[in-house]
Structures are given as C-alpha cells and as structure tokens.
Design a protein around this ligand. Structure first.
Ligand SMILES: [Zn+2]
Ligand SMILES: [Zn+2]
Length: 141
C-alpha cells in the first residue's frame, strides 16, 4: 500500500496556526507530499525527495519547528489520522447522499486502512476499527 498525500503543516506552537498543506522552500515553492508508510516526503515542484522527519517547517510568523516538534507532528499515527480526515472530506464533498454502492466501497476502504493502522500501531484489526468508529462519532459523519 503506497499513497502520496499532501503534507499538513502542523499547528505552530507560537501562533497556533496550521494549514492543510505545506510548501517546499525551493525556487518555485511546490506542494509537499508525504508517503506515510515509507516515511518519505517529496516536492511537487523540484521533485526532491527526503526522509519525512527531515522536513523543515518555517511558519509565516517566523517560528521554526524543532526536531522533536517535527517528530511529534509527523508520527505515522498522526499522518494516518490526517489521511483519514482527508478521505472523509473527499467522501463528503463527493456525495452527500450516500448510495449503497459507495457505502460498501467505503467499508472496503475502512477494512484496508484499519488493517494498516492495526499493523502500524501493533494493535488488532478490531481495535483499529474501534479507533476509526470513535473517530467517526467525533466527525458525526
Ligand atoms: Zn507560527
Ligand atoms: Zn522543491
């Protein structure tokens, strides 16, 4: 399973702002994408690729994230959570009236991601599903 997703800019400890996307500091600043399983990040503009924890976050307020702050924000769990939120948002904008067909494909997707979550978190698949269910309640999907 491999999937590139936009790298969210984590909440800045100084100004408390966060963004859904991050941009690489290069000639033509490109969107940064991340692969949560391989822990790789890449820039859409210059095609540079790097280990996700080597990402530098410089907030518009002037704050630069420390290595441990980057590590907290970019844990696999955090990235997967982010991916889940994105997926839910996609689903939401995709269609408000959920048909039987999309529901079953969504269930399949949940099945596959909960396996991945379970594997990464070292929990069982049913625990991971529980985690996702709790997530759903919060989102009142
Ligand atoms: Zn800031
Ligand atoms: Zn770049």
């Amino acid at each position: 399973m491999s999937e590139w997703m936009p790298l969210p800019f984590p909440k800045c400890p100084r100004c408390q702002k966060s963004w859904v996307k991050s941009y690489h500091c290069c000639l033509v600043p490109g969107e940064v994408l991340v692969e949560p399983y391989q822990r790789q990040a890449k820039c859409c503009s210059c095609s540079e690729q790097w280990y996700v924890l080597n990402t530098s976050f410089n907030c518009s307020c002037g704050y630069t994230f420390s290595a441990s702050e980057v590590e907290n924000a970019l844990s696999t769990t955090q990235l997967l959570k982010q991916r889940l939120i994105q997926k839910l948002n996609e689903m939401d904008s995709f269609e408000r009236s959920i048909t039987t067909k999309s529901q079953s494909s969504f269930k399949q997707w949940i099945g596959s991601i909960s396996y991945e979550i379970g594997r990464l978190l070292g929990t069982t698949v049913s625990q991971a599903k529980q985690l996702i269910d709790n997530f759903f309640e919060k989102w009142s999907f």
